[in-house]
Design a protein around this ligand. Structure first.
Ligand code: COA
Length: 229
């Protein structure tokens, strides 16, 4: 197996998870797909003391802070007990309350945030420290609080549509750095120079189409880690 990690702290524990490469996982974090496969996108980095369990899909270039909880299963509320531990009746009580969590690309999650089951988070989202995310979050929103609320969008709808059309997160680190257009995209404030942003985004979209036609876009196979730590 190729090593998908730029950094994997020796105290990390992983079971049934797939990584798309260039990942960094910090101290004491637990990632466990349980019966499912937890999928983590290219370049995505996870801070320390995080717990990510169950049916989870995370996109490329996400950055998570520390002590974040992302878990797709709840304990049962309708059975005789909420005790779903496998030591009782061989786990037959089960969870029964699963909801896949999907997180888009380029998502930043602040320290101590909690993402609850069934939530879908869009591309380019920023989640404030300590937020409890109970509902879906649209692309490029900034959300805070418990229960979380949207305080604003990062960009207007035309810019958001261009970012989604481009999908810059399909490029590798090396491509972004070496291609003049993508390199430029990351070097100025989108809000302060909106006109330039529209021009550069449009050029990047054309470039990506060209590279796609040449078969020069990278693909990111999932590298499965069945057990580590
Ligand atoms: C969410 C965040 C990105 C917003 O930053 P911002 O746009 O500069 O926000 P502002 O400071 O202008 O605050 C806007 C409003 O949201 C509130 N707010 C900001 N962050 C909040 C948070 N984490 N929880 C609750 N409310 C928050 C502010 O009190 C303010 O409310 P008001 O309009 O009623 O006064 C930032 O506050 C945050 O939480 N960053 C994460 C920090 C972190 O965890 N870093 C380590 C991981 S890398």
């Amino acid at each position: 197996m190729n090593n998908p990690f730029d950094m994997l702290h020796p105290t990390v524990m992983i079971r049934n998870a797939g990584f798309r490469g260039r990942n960094m996982i910090n101290r004491n974090t637990i990632i466990n797909g349980y019966g499912q496969m937890a999928k983590i996108g290219y370049g995505t980095t996870v801070g320390g003391d995080c717990i990510i369990t169950g049916d989870i899909e995370i996109g490329n270039y996400c950055q998570f802070g520390w002590r974040i909880s992302i878990r797709s299963g709840d304990h049962p509320l309708d059975k005789a007990t909420v005790f779903s531990n496998s030591r009782l009746l061989n786990g037959v009580v089960g969870s029964g309350r699963e909801g896949k969590i999907s997180i888009g690309n380029d998502v930043w999650i602040g320290d101590s945030a909690i993402i609850l089951k069934g939530v879908k988070i869009g591309n380019g989202v920023a989640i404030g420290a300590g937020a409890v995310v109970v509902k879906d979050v649209p692309d490029y929103s900034v959300v805070v609080g418990n229960p979380s609320r949207i305080i604003r969008k990062r960009f207007d709808s035309e810019i958001i549509a261009l970012f989604n059309q481009l999908g810059w997160w399909d490029f590798t680190f090396e491509q972004i750095e070496s291609l003049v257009e993508t390199h430029e995209l990351f070097t100025f404030s989108i809000m302060e120079d909106r006109e330039r942003a529209v021009q550069v985004l449009t050029r990047c979209i054309m470039l990506k189409k060209h590279l796609f036609a040449l078969g020069n876009l990278f693909t990111t196979p999932l590298m499965v880690v069945e057990s580590f730590g």
